[in-house]
Each structure stands twice: as structure tokens, then as C-alpha cells.
Ligand binder design. Structure first.
Ligand SMILES: [Zn+2]
Length: 421
């Protein structure tokens, strides 16, 4: 890209700042919570469809259950019901033979918790304060939806015509272990030479992602029990084994350059939802959440963990129930041309080198595993600091949001090729 084109884009991005923020606010104000087995994405998806249509894109809205190949897809979660949870896709055909790009974001948001913990006591305020937009989804992932929708708008305003096709998709059911929207998108045949899933944190360029899921474990000691003494003793054996397993997993994680940080290693396996002797002093249950590293096969992990846990099985009975399909981990090469393109684009947009690293669980693994085209996670939501995703009072920093938008616009132009009209 020559210097004049870069300057034209920078100006166009600046000129569209208010519009980009308003679009984000509007979408934050349309709640679209994913609460398995169902979700409330429909209203925001209808809004997004109208918006993409107004930009002149060739659009369609469709439900996963209407896509041939979705029902039997190995990535589908049968635990999530997809009725009234559509996907939206908009396409701008390129004028020539450039490479194609797919920009994805997800329309569902996490649950919100206590309203009192949010600005204005409203999880869906979309309020702007101190250079931030507040509300559930402001970062994760309505900022992604807004960035993707603003991209063709800015290109048009800057007089840029792409050679390759630009496809924008907003999928339902990403949170809560879902991924059915992404699986339906893949089953319906959408693909590209490069894909940015604009669902990233801290503006990191994530070329790998963790997989994983959960396992529910039911424990029983011989009834009748008058109190939970025996049950607690039995549970404690499991708790100790899980702690030991975490130490082993820490070593596994430290062997992968993207996952050496303490945030990752401490989260590698977690004990959750512990409930002991609630109705019956002889019975309890808990959940194990765990992550898989790129290259780790879910079935092998299950076997390894199951065998490890067996030694905790002393004076009781236990039953393990695994999540029906675990989320796949994935990784693309740092030397992949698409990774290079996004990296260079970030340097142009933000004026510094991005950190190239890995993300937690995301839909990216499904695309890299089943889509067979390279997908990178990138975006402005926040992780490990105030305003972070999935926590109360989520926000996005407007300057970072705009940097990500500029990066995505540059990447689209560089990847697809373009002419100035
Ligand atoms: Zn997300």
C-alpha cells in the first residue's frame, strides 16, 4: 500500500468514528444472551441483516437447522437448541481475482449477573464514559460485529474496490460451549482464503486457541450417612488428585510458547460447582473444567485424566460424565502469509508490533479443524484487566476499538488486493 492510500484510509476511519461507536451502542442495547439450551440472538441478527443490506451487500439470514449437513456435523453441540437463532451473512463480490477474506463475529453474549454491578445499573446501557463503551457485549463480541460491518462502509467511502470477495458473518451460539452458529456457517459452505474471527482480546493476534470442556463427576459413599464426614473425606481425595493433575498440566502448558503465562497454567484444570451432601449426606457432585492444547486429541485427554483419577477412588463410587463433544484446540503457523498480512496491518493501524500469541477457547478451533482455511482471532475486548469479557461492567476502550477497525480495513485491502476508483 502506498503512503497516499494509507492516509486516505486513516482519514476515512477517523471520519467514521462516531458512526462506528453508535453502531456498537445500538447493538449492545439489543440483549442477545446465550442461556443454554436456547439463546436470544434473533433481534440483533435481524438488526444486523438490515444494516448489511443497507450497505448494499448480498445478504442472507438462515437457521442452523435448515442447513444440510449441520445435524450430523461432528462439531455440532446437541445440547444447544438452535431454533430462532439465525446466522447472518453479507457478501461484497470482488472485481477481480484477488484472495478472499471472511470476517466473523458472534451475536450472542454471556449472561449478565447482578444489574447493580453495572454502570447505570444496566448491563445493556451502551453508555459512553471516559472513552469507553459499557455493556454486556461491548467487547465480546458486538465490537467485532461493528468492526466487520464498518469495514465495507469505510472502503466504499475511501473509493476502494477490492479484487477478492469480502464476506461478513455474524453467528449465533458461540458462548457457553456452543459454536453451533460457526458450525452451521461452515456446513453451509462459506469459506475464504483467510479469516479473521474478530472476537479477540487485548488486540493480541491469536494464531492458536485452546480447546476443552467439562466433565461432571457424581460421587457417592455408602448410605445411610448421618452427616457428610465420609463424603467430605472421599471428595478430598478427588480434590487432591485434581491439584496434582494441575501441576502436570502446568508443565504441558509451559512447553507451548503461547500458554506459559500463569493465567493459562492456573486455569488449565479447574474444580467448579461443588455440591456436597445437599439433599443426602452420602451424595455429592462437582464439575471439572479443563483446557486442551493445540495438538492434543480430546479422546486421549479423556483417557489420561480418567486413569489419573482412578487412584482417588477409595471408599466410594463415582460416575464421570463428559461434555458430549469437546471444543477443538488449533494452531496455524506463524509464517502463514495471512498471519503476516494481519501483523503488518496492525503495525500500519496501531503503529506498533502486535503480540502474536494464543487465545482461550473460541470458535477458531472449529474453523481451523473443519473449515480447512486459516482463521486468526483478533479484537479489542479485554482479558485479565478491568472491563473484561464475561465479567460485570464489561467495556471496550474506544481508541483500541478504532485501532482494531483500522487494522481490519488494512488487512482486507492488503489480502484481497484493490484498486482506487
Ligand atoms: Zn467472544
Amino acid at each position: 500500500m502506498n503512503a497516499a492510500d494509507v492516509e486516505t484510509i486513516r482519514r476515512a476511519v477517523r471520519q467514521h468514528k462516531d458512526e462506528a461507536i453508535s453502531l456498537l451502542q445500538e447493538m449492545v442495547r439489543i440483549p442477545s444472551v446465550n442461556h443454554p439450551p436456547t439463546g436470544d440472538e434473533k433481534e440483533v441478527q435481524e438488526f444486523y441483516l438490515r444494516h448489511l443490506e443497507s450497505l448494499g451487500l448480498e445478504c442472507e439470514m438462515f437457521e442452523a437447522d435448515d442447513v444440510p449437513g449441520f445435524k450430523d456435523h461432528p462439531g455440532r453441540s446437541k445440547e444447544h437448541d438452535m431454533a430462532n437463532r439465525p446466522n447472518v451473512v453479507g457478501v461484497r463480490k470482488g472485481s477481480g481475482s484477488g484472495k478472499s477474506i471472511l470476517l466473523i463475529a458472534h451475536a450472542d453474549v454471556e449472561v449478565t449477573g447482578d444489574n447493580a454491578l453495572w454502570v447505570d445499573n444496566d448491563p445493556f446501557s451502551g453508555a459512553v464514559r471516559d472513552g469507553r463503551v459499557y455493556g454486556r457485549g461491548s467487547g465480546d463480541d458486538k465490537s467485532g460485529m461493528a468492526i466487520n460491518a464498518m469495514t465495507p462502509k469505510i472502503l466504499e467511502a475511501a473509493g476502494v474496490r477490492l479484487y477478492g470477495d469480502l464476506t461478513i458473518a455474524s453467528v449465533s451460539d458461540e458462548e457457553q460451549g456452543g459454536a453451533n452458529g460457526t458450525v452451521a456457517l461452515l456446513a453451509s459452505g462459506y469459506e475464504a482464503d483467510g479469516c479473521i474471527y474478530v472476537d479477540g482480546c487485548n488486540q493480541d493476534l491469536c494464531i492458536s486457541n485452546l480447546g476443552g470442556g467439562y466433565c461432571n463427576i457424581d460421587i457417592t459413599v455408602a448410605p445411610p450417612q448421618r452427616d457428610t464426614t465420609e463424603l467430605l473425606k472421599y471428595f478430598d481425595g478427588f480434590r487432591r488428585r485434581i491439584t496434582e493433575f494441575r501441576e502436570i498440566r502446568k508443565k504441558d502448558f509451559k512447553a507451548h510458547p503461547h500458554y506459559v503465562g500463569e493465567d493459562f497454567t492456573n486455569a488449565s484444570i479447574r474444580l467448579m460447582n461443588v455440591s456436597l451432601g445437599v439433599d443426602d449426606a452420602s451424595h455429592g457432585a462437582f464439575t471439572i473444567w479443563f483446557y486442551l492444547l493445540p495438538g492434543e486429541e480430546p479422546e486421549q485427554f479423556k483417557k489420561r485424566f480418567t486413569e489419573f483419577l482412578e487412584s482417588a477412588a477409595g471408599a466410594g463410587n463415582y460416575k464421570m460424565q463428559w461434555m458430549e463433544r469437546l471444543l477443538p484446540a488449533s494452531e496455524i503457523k506463524q509464517t502463514h502469509p495471512f498471519a503476516g498480512c494481519l501483523k503488518d496491518s496492525f503495525a500500519l493501524g496501531a503503529g506498533r508490533t502486535p503480540s502474536v500469541t494464543g487465545s482461550y477457547m473460541s470458535d477458531m478451533g472449529f474453523i481451523n479443524q473443519y473449515g480447512k482455511f486459516p482463521c486468526i482471532i483478533f479484537g479489542p475486548s479485554r482479558m485479565g484487566k478491568d472491563g473484561m469479557v464475561h465479567q460485570p461492567d464489561e467495556f471496550v476502550d474506544i481508541a483500541e476499538f478504532m485501532e482494531c477497525l483500522e487494522t481490519v480495513v488494512f488487512c482486507t485491502m492488503k489480502w484481497c488486493g484493490y484498486e482506487q476508483t
